[in-house]
Design a binder for this molecule. Structure first.
Ligand code: MG
Ligand code: MG
Length: 259
């Protein structure tokens, strides 16, 4: 069942996503060589709670932390640890927050210090694929148009769309129907209506698409050991097109200051 959101629900979701966006902004300040992913987790949890919100991920199906931190060949669902980020790493920080009964969900892949140009280009394509997908989330388009647009942006680059994990509906629950794959056929699948809210999240491997689940039961890694990237926004299908409820504004303010 798909839960359509009213304009009031969407206003509340804007707040949840605003808190997530500002948490990612805090992460942008903190990501640097020598910081542990567990330290990032505690900063994120502290910030989310300071806003009167609850970290959506903490305890979700037993997940032990408030953010997912996926480093280099970790694709998604990395568990924060004592690992200290190193110059040249990339780290995807996926964050969710709940307030007033609604969740927000967004992810950004950060560079740690100086990263190889080929990896930066890979991140640029993945982020661009996110916006290509978002542009399709409008009334009378179909779910397949989102995946098709993401896949099309990635095609020809040598990168691969991961198929095992994908976007999702979001609202009073972090994961609602429908699933939002990052590949698909144009003009196929569910027809978008006003009030559908989905997390669109291209999860892209720099090399081959094959992934495996680590023994911890959470972390997904690339089989070929090459890096993976992940960018995510929560998006409402609005009367005048897609409305992005989350934001990279705070992250990108910090990153351009550091540039
Ligand atoms: Mg997420
Ligand atoms: Mg998500």
């Amino acid at each position: 069942m798909i839960y359509l959101k009213t304009a009031e629900d969407i206003e509340l979701m804007r707040l949840s996503n605003h808190i997530v966006a500002r948490t990612l902004g805090e992460m942008a300040k903190a990501v640097k060589p020598g910081v542990s992913t567990l330290k990032l987790d505690s900063l994120a949890e502290e910030f989310i709670r300071s806003q009167g919100a609850i970290p959506s991920f903490l305890g979700y199906n037993g997940f032990p932390n408030s953010i997912c931190t996926s480093v280099n060949d970790q694709v998604v669902h990395g568990i924060p640890s004592n690992y200290e980020l190193r110059e040249g790493d990339i780290v995807s920080i996926d964050c969710g927050a709940e307030i007033n009964g609604f969740h927000g969900d967004s992810c950004y892949t950060f560079c740690v210090g100086e990263v190889k140009q080929e990896v930066k280009s890979f991140l640029d394509v993945t982020k661009a694929a996110l916006y290509e997908g978002i542009a399709q989330a409008k009334i009378d388009n179909r779910l397949g148009d989102v995946g098709f647009a993401v896949q099309k942006k990635v095609a020809g680059s040598g990168y691969s769309v991961v198929r095992e994990v994908m976007g999702h509906g979001i609202g009073r629950r972090m994961h609602e129907e429908p699933l939002v794959p990052n590949h698909g056929r144009a003009r196929s699948g569910l027809r978008f209506r006003e009030g559908i809210v989905i997390a669109i999240e291209p999860i892209i491997n720099m090399g081959k698409r094959n992934v495996y689940l680590e023994k911890d039961g959470w972390t997904i890694r690339t089989e070929d050991g090459l890096p993976a990237a992940h960018f995510e926004h929560t998006v409402a299908v609005g009367p005048n097109g897609p409305e992005i409820l989350s934001s990279f504004e705070y992250v990108e303010q910090i990153l351009s200051i550091n540039a």
